[in-house]
Design a protein around this ligand. Structure first.
Ligand SMILES: *Cc1c(COP(=O)(O)O)cnc(C)c1O
Length: 361
């Protein structure tokens, strides 16, 4: 049983529903579970709000923290769905292992997410491209200096009504391929959803922004030769009739749920899914011989994000004349269709949070 206590003062009125942006508004409640040194408790749902921390809290100093990202989608028949939350549960446990964090029960994870979304279901927006973003995270909350694993941990889940991830919508973005900075290296933390990877990406991304690029595409951290991924998205290349994405085997890439979904859906739109290492030279070659048709990023936040320009070593490669590609659009329509129940879910990926219910605000 997850204990519940409810807020008396809703944050609903603070939300600008026509202008949600991403990650700016938070729902009324949060889920909090504690690990006391021996086991996780079942957690409780309580009002969202500030928490007291000590300056010596170890995560502030040493970054022993992991997170997840998934969404609840309003369906066309008045219910709400989660999409493959078991994949997030599994990835959370894998990230936990890499960061010396005790594993969290995967079924309890999905239950906690569903219960929390039910409690705050009025915060699930219903507009096109909108959803309730769900952010679980676990961190060491021991108070000490000295580099070692914490004995105690907190698992918190918060939710945020969001519009589409990119202010520009599905418009193609300009991306810089960094030939200087790296995000993750072989044997490092790349496969874990952990703060350190994002800290590593900030400086290079800021530099790229100043030059007019929205994001950085990171190359492998050993040779700066093979494509890895974008800061918060996996990357897909359509060359000829192949959909190519880098393999997870190097351990430097985050195993995206959307990545996996796209690989499984590729045959539906006539593409052959291929996971293999892709050198930057091969991309340049495919661009110059005209076989590179489309490039897009994939992730829960944006679903797909078409790439209009790839910049590498002083040179801009324009992809598909800077327009969103036909296949990229097909993936977007298919995936968002499954999310919202517009397209039949033949794969058993959607998990209802609730069926058609009247929501009182
Ligand atoms: C979260 C994330 C992704 C996308 O994963 P999804 O499960 O598809 O949302 C890709 N790369 C990085 C670095 C990420 O943090």
């Amino acid at each position: 049983m997850i204990q519940k206590s409810f807020t008396t003062k809703s944050r609903y009125g603070l939300v600008d529903w026509d202008n949600l942006g991403f990650g700016r508004y938070f729902s009324d409640h949060m889920y909090v579970s504690s690990f006391d040194g021996t086991s996780w408790d079942n957690g409780e749902i309580k009002p969202y709000g500030p928490m007291a921390i000590e300056p010596a809290m170890c995560t502030l100093h040493y970054g022993q923290t992991i997170f997840e990202g998934l969404k609840a989608y309003a369906t066309v028949d008045g219910g709400a769905n989660l999409f493959r939350p078991d994949m997030n549960a599994k990835r959370l446990v894998n990230s936990a292992e890499r960061l010396c964090i005790p594993p969290f029960d995967q079924d309890l994870f999905v239950d906690a997410v569903r219960e929390l979304v039910r409690v705050d279901k009025k915060f699930i927006p219903k507009g096109e491209g909108q959803s309730l973003y769900i952010r679980p995270f676990i961190f060491g909350d021991g108070n000490f200096l000295g580099v070692h694993s914490s004995n105690t941990f907190k698992h918190i889940i918060i939710t945020s009504p969001v519009g589409s991830y990119y202010a520009e919508g599905l418009n193609p973005v300009k991306i810089k391929i960094s030939d200087e900075y790296v995000r993750a290296v072989r044997g490092g933390l790349g496969m874990a959803k952990t703060a350190a990877n994002y800290a590593a990406s900030l400086y290079g991304t800021e530099q790229a922004r100043k030059e007019g690029y929205a994001q950085v595409l990171w190359l492998d951290g050993v040779n700066l030769e093979f494509i890895d991924e974008v800061g918060a998205m996996n990357i897909m290349f359509i060359i000829g009739d192949e959909l190519i994405t880098p393999p997870l085997s190097q351990g430097s890439i985050l195993p995206g749920v959307t990545r996996d979904t796209i690989l499984k859906l590729a045959p539906e739109i006539g593409l052959k899914p291929v996971e293999r290492r892709l050198g930057i030279e091969e991309v340049l070659e495919a661009q110059s011989n005209g076989t590179l048709r489309e490039v897009f990023g994939s992730g829960t936040a944006a679903v797909v994000s078409p790439v209009g320009v790839l910049h590498y070593k002083g040179r801009d490669m324009v992809i598909n004349d800077g327009n969103i590609g036909e296949n990229t659009q097909q993936f977007y329509d298919l995936i968002t269709g499954i999310y919202t129940g517009k397209v039949e879910d033949k794969w058993g990926w959607t998990i209802p949070v609730f069926e058609n219910e009247t929501v009182t605000v």
